[in-house]
Design a protein. Structure first.
Length: 403
């Protein structure tokens, strides 16, 4: 008899329990989320499908404003949340480029043969050799030059024997001397020729400029034609630093700016020089332009091919700016937290501009005097998502936002 009475009671208890469970499941004011994975939102209690923790109940009616969050004074202190008033300050960004040290072509001299002949001897045979101004470069055998020497000596003999009574040998001698000078002989060599009276079959040629041998186009025994290349000498006391600039950086670049140059291979060496050239043409295949800076190298520490860092300070201007850590970024937008009341905060979308020295420019979305969370913005964001189960900016139509 007791067993018969117990069965209806068990059925009644189970029915009441199921009704309570169904009521809890269907309560429209409650949803369940995970403290570790707030993106999980369920309509009924249970375990998180990601971390398998028990889901936490959240009452929608307690969320008076979907974009606001109110914290206790203890939470503000523990979260290290600091608020500052945004002001218009001077903002000046830097453009840092990677450059390369190169030879200044305007300080380079090309040595070519003034007359055809055969190279008998080279006095500098290795690229990189330093060549002083006036140094002997090579010896040349040339029949044409030998004939010109003999013609000059013959005119000297006739002038000595006949004088200038019949023919003005002074003009003829000056013409013959000019030919020898034009073909590469020096004034001293012509004077030695007149004093000795012997035409040399092999004539030495000298460098009119000093520098470093960068190219050597001939070998001993080679025959060179008139105007043929012999060597190239570069003066390394002045060099170029060339850097590439993307077209997107042009708006920030001041063509009259002074650049700071640093060289990784020379720790501690730093130079400040003005930009000497900005190429007006953009490479259509790479969308890259070229800037050039001329630098002094009197101490000969710099070498062509060295790497260089070029830092250009852009002009400072007034702008609203925040510490970069106060700005929360996503692929589609940027947002910040503002304080609207005591310990009450609200998320707001902003449009950002340049970044420099740890600060980010705010183009729109804030006004001077707004109280902005400068420290603890990420904790506020996490707390909001934990309480509400979604990002405060989720679902907002960016096209309708005032920017």
């Amino acid at each position: 008899m007791k067993n018969i009475l117990l069965v209806p009671l068990l059925i009644l208890f189970a029915s009441c329990h199921n009704r309570q469970k169904d009521s809890a499941k269907s309560d429209p004011d409650i949803y369940y989320t995970c403290s570790m994975d707030p993106q999980v939102v369920e309509a009924h209690p249970g375990k998180c499908p990601i971390c398998h923790m028990e889901l936490t109940a959240v009452h929608k009616s307690r969320q008076q404003h979907s974009e606001e969050i109110k914290l206790s004074p203890e939470q503000v202190q523990l979260g290290n949340i600091h608020v500052d008033t945004i002001q218009s300050t001077g903002l000046g960004s830097q453009t840092v480029l990677t450059g390369t040290v190169s030879i200044d072509p305007t300080s380079t001299q090309s040595i070519s043969s003034r007359i055809s002949g055969r190279i008998e001897k080279l006095y500098y045979k290795t690229t990189g050799d330093p060549i002083p101004t006036g140094a002997r470069l090579y010896d040349l055998y040339s029949e044409d030059l030998n004939n010109a020497e003999q013609e000059y000596l013959l005119l000297l003999q006739k002038q000595k024997a006949l004088g200038n009574s019949v023919v003005n040998y002074n003009d003829l001698l000056q013409s013959a001397k000019s030919k020898l000078i034009l073909w590469g002989m020096t004034e001293a060599q012509v004077a030695d020729l007149a004093r000795n009276g012997n035409a040399a079959s092999i004539v030495s040629f000298y460098s009119s400029a000093g520098g470093v041998l960068t190219e050597l186009d001939v070998k001993e025994g080679d025959y060179v034609a008139e105007g043929g290349p012999i060597a190239r000498i570069a003066n390394l006391t002045h060099l170029w630093v060339e850097a590439q600039v993307y077209t997107s950086q042009f708006a920030q670049l001041d063509p009259d700016a002074t650049a700071t140059l640093q060289f990784p291979d020379l720790p501690g060496k730093s130079l400040r020089e003005k930009l000497s050239f900005v190429n007006p043409e953009v490479d259509p295949s790479t969308r890259i332009n070229l800037i050039r800076i001329q630098v002094s190298n009197k101490d000969n520490q710099l070498r062509p091919g060295m790497a260089a860092y070029v830092t250009i300070q852009n002009p400072s201007r007034k702008a609203l700016s925040l510490p970069s850590d106060a700005v929360l970024r996503s692929p589609s937008m940027a947002s910040i937290w503002v304080q609207i009341a005591q310990n009450t905060f609200k998320s707001r979308i902003v449009k950002i501009g340049e970044e420099a020295d740890g600060f980010t420019e705010i183009l729109s979305g804030l006004q001077s005097g707004d109280a902005v969370v400068t420290s603890g913005a990420y904790l506020l964001q996490s707390e909001y998502i934990f309480r509400n189960g979604a990002d405060p900016m989720a679902g907002m139509d960016m096209s309708k936002m005032k920017m």
